[in-house]
Design a protein around this ligand. Sequence first.
Ligand SMILES: [Zn+2]
Length: 306
Amino acid sequence: MSGSILKGLACCAGLLLSLSPAHAGIEGEGRHKFLKAQRVKEAPIIDGRLTEAIWSEVAPDDRFTQHFPLNGAVPSMRTTIRVAFDDENLYFGIEAEDPDPAKISARLARRDSRVDSDFVEFFLDTRHNHDTGYWFRVNAAGVLADGELHDDSRINYDWDAVWTGKAAITDSGWNAEIAIPLSALRFPSSPAPQFGLNIRRGIRRLGEIDQWIYAPRTSSGTLSRAGHITGLGGLVPKRAIELRPFSVVRPSRRVSSRQSEASWQFVSPSSYVSPPWRCAVATWKYARIMPSLRTQRPSMLSAKAS
Ligand SMILES: [Zn+2]
């Protein structure tokens, strides 16, 4: 193993140690609020209509509380959520009931524009550290927006993932159907993963915000107050192969007495000083990528061998 890889592993270990106590700071209703996700055999067609049979297998949850304008009051319209998953995606089905569907504000806009309209948005803490995660929003016209959450409730809107979400206006309101590829989400391998969750619905004409997790209006925490998705047993992290410019992966090959052994080395450009966390990420990605390349693409590793 080369010195640069050892250095990478050392700073990776340091990173893990610094992250481990991050579960602190959990407060409010979310501590004891759970929603059970259901593994499904067939993927739903993402069209905004929850007509697939699989949705009837998933337990609904409509325990929302009004956040604004009447903090803590019963929402003026019912919202029901369902969470499902398979080996590829996490699925959300939302029914946003509305007695007057003609008044639903469904404005079209460019992706990532938080246009003033009826919407649902998700705060997802897949690492379950109550501090970092993802934000996904779909409005009643199916306009998508996303971002990465850090420091509990700050959103980096520059983050873009490849995911699918559609909305449809129905006789009883509007629905949203969402598929988020597991490859877009970072979460640790665990026999029983648990994700932090909050969901918020906006009803534009009433100026109303309803939330799955109640929070006093004076509070500022988001992920620190999140509830939890359970029932995710068997969910396995999938990593998209993603190489960033701060490190260079160079395949090389050492020849031992009986068989050759492929190895990769990270080569930091001499003009670039890589911060420790980037170095850790690079090493970690190396560890994740290598087994799949070994089994799926042996020709890639031996291409430069001779
Ligand atoms: Zn938690």
